[in-house]
Design a binder for this molecule. Sequence first.
Ligand SMILES: Nc1ncnc2c1ncn2[C@@H]1O[C@H](COP(=O)(O)OP(=O)(O)O)[C@@H](O)[C@H]1O
Ligand SMILES: [Mg+2]
Length: 270
Amino acid sequence: MSNGATRTRAQDAARTGADRGAPVVEIRGLSKRFDGASRRVLDDVTLSVWPGELVVLLGPNGCGKSTMLRCAVRLLDPTSGSVTVAGSDLAALSGNELRDRRRQVATIFQHGHLVARRSALANVACGGLGRSRGLRVAAGHLPAAELRHGMECLARVRMTHVAARRADSLSGGEAQRVAIARALSQRPQTLMADEPVASLDPEAAESVMELLRDLATRDNLGVLCVLHQPELALRFADRIAGLRAGRIAFDLPANVVGAEAVRALYQDER
Ligand SMILES: Nc1ncnc2c1ncn2[C@@H]1O[C@H](COP(=O)(O)OP(=O)(O)O)[C@@H](O)[C@H]1O
Ligand SMILES: [Mg+2]
């Protein structure tokens, strides 16, 4: 049994108590219908993520996983329902407050989307400045404090040895770890990852999942991660949510999700 699975079981046991506190992200009754579409892509989805837990979202292609993550960080406006981040409803916020609350949720995608010609460290340090300021200083020198913080974030993902390398010289696995360091540089409480290991070889995929597991366990981050590999979900997640045709089919501790429930998730769509 892997360390990941051992830690997961231990965490599940610890988390059945009443000491979980408030969720870092609470998605309630979320529905989404795109303009002109006849049906809802998401239909009354409710899901919460607590600090220190890794929740994996599984589901077949097109069932609404990415739409759910985009609505959760308000890259898309939900048709109905609410998303609460650290106790505040995002829809009720605007301006600086909305920006600050959004920064508490960092997103990671399938491809790291690093700036190819810049160093790994510059990519990470820009993340700490926030998008608009990061772009403004892109051509100039980064503040020393941001570079220091950037190195700390690279150290957290064990990537200081690539700090000076251009982003486009990194392997897929290295680039994804640097992208995670960049996400950490905005000091989030929550990480949302949309298929972060989909384009990695099995060894790199495993190492990225171990890192996400560790960020939940040791840094107490809430992590919501879309995966396509049920076996990785069963090994690394505290909780697995199954999404089928825009609805939550199950939301259960990983150690009670049976292989049958996972299979049904994919079979029912055919
Ligand atoms: N911007 C959009 N406009 C219209 N339909 C969309 C848009 N984005 C996604 N969809 C549709 O919503 C459904 C769910 O997509 P998505 O959330 O990307 O699924 P998943 O990530 O689970 O593969 C798909 O049928 C897709 O075609
Ligand atoms: Mg998707």
